[in-house]
Design a protein around this ligand. Sequence first.
Ligand SMILES: NC(=O)c1ccc[n+]([C@@H]2O[C@H](COP(=O)([O-])OP(=O)(O)OC[C@H]3O[C@@H](n4cnc5c(N)ncnc54)[C@H](OP(=O)(O)O)[C@@H]3O)[C@@H](O)[C@H]2O)c1
Length: 327
Amino acid sequence: MKVLVTGASGFIGHCLSEKLRQEGYNLVAAVRNVKKLKDIKNLFSEVRVVDFRKKDTIKNVTRDVDSVIHLAAHFKFHTEWRLLYETNFLGTKHLVEDAAKHKVEKFIYTSSTEAIGPVENIPATEDTPCNPSYDYGKSKLITEQYLKEKMKEGFPATIIRPTGVYGPRDKYVSYQTIKAINNGKLSFLPGKGDKYIQFTYVEDVVQGFVKALENEKSTGETYIISSDDYYTYKEAFQVIASILKVKPPEKTIPVWLATFIVGIIEYINRLKGVEDFVMHRSVVRDMQTNRVYSNEKAKKELGYKPLYNLRKGMQKTIQWYRQRNLL
Ligand SMILES: NC(=O)c1ccc[n+]([C@@H]2O[C@H](COP(=O)([O-])OP(=O)(O)OC[C@H]3O[C@@H](n4cnc5c(N)ncnc54)[C@H](OP(=O)(O)O)[C@@H]3O)[C@@H](O)[C@H]2O)c1
């Protein structure tokens, strides 16, 4: 089977492409910068250049493939709506139009549990009403809504919603959190640290994609891909700190004070042009809400079975960063 993987140069794309090649798929990469494929270029029988913000570059990118896994996205929490809308919504719409023209048999769209957003009653399921708190999640939600309309017209799409993902090669949310714990920058917990968060190891997320690709019944469906375990922020930071062999952030401070302090750091970072995911008032706000999502549907219908808990996945991840002097 010939599979087009968009965003193959990214964190998840890298791991997914390696797995699909191992499984014997004929892979075509769709990336905007071929150089970023670096050491995985040989996994692909062909590399197509596409910028999802430029409609003309999307034309015919899905020619002559059986399936598409669309990972490419502007994946940023603190960013402009214009970039999210153009890349995540319009880029996907143009790709779907091209895939429909070329009669692609399966189109897997990478959404996110951020399309659901924080939840009152955990765990959320695929049926939980969506209430995204970030523009990023909103861009995923409007794209899902567009795709669901196309599915009604017979377009063969599957929507995958991974939770926050961590693992080797990530340089964003989980890496910056691990780094902040390691260097003592995350030294206090805003509020009580008693709300729940869930992260899924990248190999488990990849397993979810492969199961969805290989199961005919996944067409027309939406699946949350998450780990079995979840933790309070305090517990999750303790797990990470114990692997790093540093003191975990345990001291709690009032939310208003944390918002004030982080607000100043956020302001200074903005002036300096520094993007530090952890030092944002929105992260203080997030830590007062729950983000836990059920993988029951994926287990039942796809045979998905996550193999990593946070400790096991973090051990591999931290080892990978250490071997590269990234911590
Ligand atoms: N990581 C997570 O925690 C997580 C959780 C849930 C869902 N997701 C979703 O999973 C997908 C992959 O995420 P990731 O963590 O692998 O992110 P990533 O490392 O930032 O990779 C994003 C990929 O999209 C490509 N891309 C961005 N803008 C593009 C454009 N205009 N044209 C062409 N390609 C473009 C990037 O290309 P360059 O290499 O050239 O930048 C990169 O290959 C995304 O859809 C993301 O929203 C991620």
